[in-house]
Write a protein of this length. Structure first.
Lengths: 488, 171
């Protein structure tokens, strides 16, 4: 009996250890600084909005995004006295005290951390530097149950091939990004939801009549057209007497993802009701690096604000890349696109081949700034008749092929007709250099974002917290600063 | 000769007065203002006044305090009526222009289908379109709206021209 008891104990001990060994997680502790600050930490890697409840948190190995709110101690006290907290530690606007207390908003830091299995880390803020570091302390066996471990296993796909056109656009954008933000060599941008709806009302006239509807936008998919007068959105009647310039945004704010959208409009004196589903576009988390060190080998990446125009271009490109990835069956994975230094193969001009007196001529329609085409002196309207003393081949493909064969530092010559004059433009070809970079996209974050947004209350809290850091490092502000109809 | 009395300007002028009018820019401006209003009132047809008219209106306001109230208040009222009429008509024409442009924009919007992967140059045109729309969204006066709607129309035409092109024409 004694033996059976001992064997039983040993078996259960071994099975417990085996169960623990099956789990691969890492332990993270947050270390507060000694200054007068209070921190709230949100791990966005889970399907739920989750705060650090205790001193330690457990993550699946891989990359995880984390948001930190740094409060002044006094501000935090005033804030927490004004708000009541649920047991889950989620902030709810349940109760407001009669005393008016004021507080300054916390600073927001978005981080991407990279943790390995069975290791213990400490996350801490560098004194006064407002930067965070992740320190590996020691190896530590994972003893946690699955439900306590944050974040799904990240599946990394290193070989992700973009179609040539998308790849070139990304290359060009990364070159622009590098030139405009020389001091940022590594960056991480958390997911954002695009609230751009695409309907542009006539605010000057205080009218709900639309001046324009962006092609392929949500508004256009709903069936709205320029010239339509919106008289009702959902259950809200719109009147010019009580005109609210944010009427579309206010309506969208009241919607959850996948809610029905309903708009009643007047078109050609007829009243029409348009119906659709609210599906805002999600830009997945992404990070990039211009340094030699690979993104997934960097322990921590802090999020820095991007130039608004570039952020917008990147967002639009990512929507297209995301569509392409879905077509390839990639929608949960973390993909990395790596590019080495290379010359830009384009001359930087658009135009068309026309035939003049049986001879092919390339008519220049546009010339990019800072391109070989602009450097050689081509202008809009020029007609290229010869390249290196040879008449152009028929068809644009032949001309494109001949251009691509000119090597860097070769001297080349265009014979052109400008007005009535024939000119020869000659120059040494100096192609632009496209930078070496890595670009990582976490498509899985999109799914997490959608789930979070479906939980309306939690999403609103998350968003509100993000909004507080508008002037610090939150990328959400990039989308928000868009002077677009429905950004906020 | 002294300046022509403004009340006289409402009647047919004699030769001496006509000669003075030709030589005196001050009286000529007054005459233009008065007759613009008369023509406008009689024919119900508004014409664009010469630029100096508006300067004159300003000047008239200043002078009004120094001169007899009766005549000038009548003139000022007439000027105001004329001004409002002209502005109303101009605004009406402007709104007609804007509405015509909106209709053209609608027709073009419907022709744009973004089903293909865009090349760099096409994406740039879409960016151009977005910038125009952002400006259009700002609280712009109708004159500026007209400019941006026209630009938007041209940009959408560029997009439509490139749609379905067999070969990329960005070299």
């Amino acid at each position: 009996m004694k033996i059976i008891y001992k064997v039983g104990l040993l078996t259960s001990f071994l099975s417990l250890n085996m169960q623990a060994a099956e789990n691969q997680c890492s332990q993270l502790t947050f270390e507060e600084t000694k200054d007068k600050s209070h921190y709230q930490i949100y791990a966005n890697g889970s399907n739920n909005l989750r705060t650090f409840k205790k001193s330690n948190e457990y993550f699946n190995p891989g990359q995880h995004s984390v948001t930190i709110l740094k409060w002044g101690k006094e501000d935090w006290v005033n804030y927490s006295r004004t708000h009541k907290f649920k047991k889950t530690n989620r902030i709810e606007m349940l109760h407001t005290t009669k005393r008016a207390l004021s507080w300054n908003q916390p600073k927001i830091f978005n981080l991407l951390i990279n943790v390995e299995a069975n290791k213990k880390y400490v996350l801490s803020e560098l004194q006064k530097d407002q930067k965070f570091e992740l320190t590996h302390m020691k190896d530590s066996m994972c003893m946690e149950n699955d439900e306590n471990i944050i974040g799904p296993d990240t599946v990394s796909v290193d070989k992700f091939t973009l179609p040539q056109k998308l790849q070139y656009r990304l290359d060009k954008l990364m070159a622009e990004l590098k030139n405009n933000n020389e001091n940022i060599s590594v960056n991480f941008i958390p997911f954002t939801s695009v609230l751009y709806f695409g309907a542009i009302p006539n605010l000057n006239n205080k009218s709900t009549k639309l001046l324009a509807v962006t092609p392929n936008s949500q508004a256009s998919l709903l069936g709205l057209r320029a010239g339509d007068k919106i008289v009702k959105l959902g259950k809200t009647e719109l009147s010019s007497q009580q005109f609210n310039s944010n009427f579309i945004l206010d309506y969208l704010k009241s919607l959850k993802i996948n809610d029905a959208i309903e708009a009643t409009i007047i078109r050609d004196e007829n009243e029409i009701t348009l119906k659709g589903v609210y599906t805002p576009e999600i830009i997945p988390e992404y990070s990039y690096s211009f340094s030699k060190e690979k993104i997934n080998e960097q322990p921590i990446i802090s999020s820095m604000n991007l130039d608004n125009k570039i952020a917008l271009k990147l967002s639009k490109l990512l929507i297209e890349i995301n569509q392409n990835a879905m077509n390839q069956g990639i929608n949960r994975e973390n993909v990395v696109i790596s590019r080495s230094n290379q010359y830009d193969g384009k001359f930087g001009m658009t135009g068309n081949i026309e035939v003049h007196n049986t001879q092919s001529v390339f008519v220049v329609e546009n010339v990019d700034d800072n391109s070989p085409a602009s450097r050689v002196g081509l202008n809009i309207g020029d007609r290229i008749i010869q390249l290196n003393n040879k008449y152009l081949q028929k068809g644009i493909q032949g001309f494109a092929h001949d251009l691509s064969r000119i090597k860097n530092n070769d001297i080349y010559e265009f014979r052109i007709v400008r007005g009535d004059e024939t000119k020869v433009l000659s120059r040494t070809l100096v192609r632009n250099l496209l930078p070496e970079y890595q670009f990582s996209i976490n498509f899985g974050s999109k799914e997490r974002a959608l789930k979070l947004m479906a939980k309306y209350g939690e999403y609103q809290t998350w968003k509100k917290n993000k909004d507080r850091g508008r002037n610090s490092v939150s990328h959400t502000s990039n989308t928000k600063r868009m002077p677009s109809p429905l950004s906020n | 000769m002294n300046h022509i009395d403004r009340e006289r300007m409402l009647s047919t002028l004699n030769d001496e007065e006509m000669n003075h009018l030709r030589a005196c820019p001050f009286c000529k401006d007054d005459y233009d203002v008065v007759h613009l209003l008369i023509e406008g009132k009689n024919a119900m047809q508004l014409i664009a006044p010469p630029p100096k008219v508006w300067e004159k209106i300003e000047a008239t306001r200043d002078k009004k305090q120094k001169t007899r109230f009766g005549v000038y208040s009548g003139l000022a009222a007439s000027v105001l009526v004329g001004f409002v009429s002209i502005m109303t008509w101009k605004t009406h024409l402007l709104h007609q222009d804007v509405n015509a442009l909106i209709s053209k924009n609608t027709a073009l919007e419907l022709q744009i289908a973004n089903n293909e992967v865009l090349n760099y140059q096409q994406a740039k045109i879409y960016e151009e379109l977005q910038l125009i729309e952002e400006k259009l969204y700002l609280n712009q006066p109708p004159k500026t709206q007209r400019v941006y709607l026209k630009k938007r129309q041209e940009t959408m035409l560029k997009i439509i021209k490139q749609q379905g092109a067999k070969y990329e024409n960005y070299l």
